[in-house]
Design a protein around this ligand. Structure first.
Ligand code: FES
Length: 175
């Protein structure tokens, strides 16, 4: 997705936050309330996560613009966050996300084997979704679980010390 023509100014003249459902808006408000009013932009990461979850696991440009407007911050700053961190997705995703860590501890302890296994058994490369839409396969940077490498983040749950067989069991349990 290209943001070359994205406006740099804060959006004040629209209320795209109508894109948020009431529960999402309330949850964002709860995050915003954790910070002084003049620092509400500090809630951008949880806000993006909430909006992404409510949208089936990915962020549209309109939704990112809505977060910017809601938090009174430049849209480009929201795009920067959404494109920098691996937990945000800018394209439709499968019903689940299988994220295999590819950083050094996990690479040394078997994540390459996990990645090759998923590629060969399920026919998806990193960034791709299975034809039945069951899961999107992602390679991600360090998950902060290096002590129990190799680590996999399945949706929002960490799984550690995984073998290909153990990963299969997790994937087989996905609807
Ligand atoms: S290197 Fe994989 S969790 Fe840190």
């Amino acid at each position: 997705m290209s943001f070359r023509n994205a406006p740099l100014a804060v959006i004040h003249d629209c209320d795209k936050s109508t894109l948020f459902d009431p529960e999402t808006r309330a949850a964002i408000d709860a995050e915003v309330a954790k910070y002084p009013p003049e620092w509400k932009q500090s809630a951008v990461m949880p806000a993006l996560t909430l909006v992404q979850d409510a949208n089936g696991g990915w962020l549209t440009r309109d939704l990112m613009d809505a977060v910017a407007a809601y938090l009174d911050m430049p849209v480009v700053s929201v795009y920067e966050v959404a494109t920098f961190y691996g937990m945000y997705d800018l394209e439709p995703q499968g019903r689940h996300k299988v994220c295999v860590c590819n950083s050094v501890s996990c690479l040394l302890l078997g994540s390459e084997e996990l990645i090759e296994h998923v590629e060969s058994k399920y026919g998806v490369r990193p960034g791709e979704t299975t034809p039945d839409g069951r899961f999107t396969f992602k390679e991600v940077e360090c998950l902060g679980a290096c002590r129990h490498a190799p680590a996999v983040l399945l949706d929002k749950t960490y799984h550690e010390d995984l073998s290909p067989e153990a990963l299969d069991e997790l994937i087989d349990g996905l609807e």
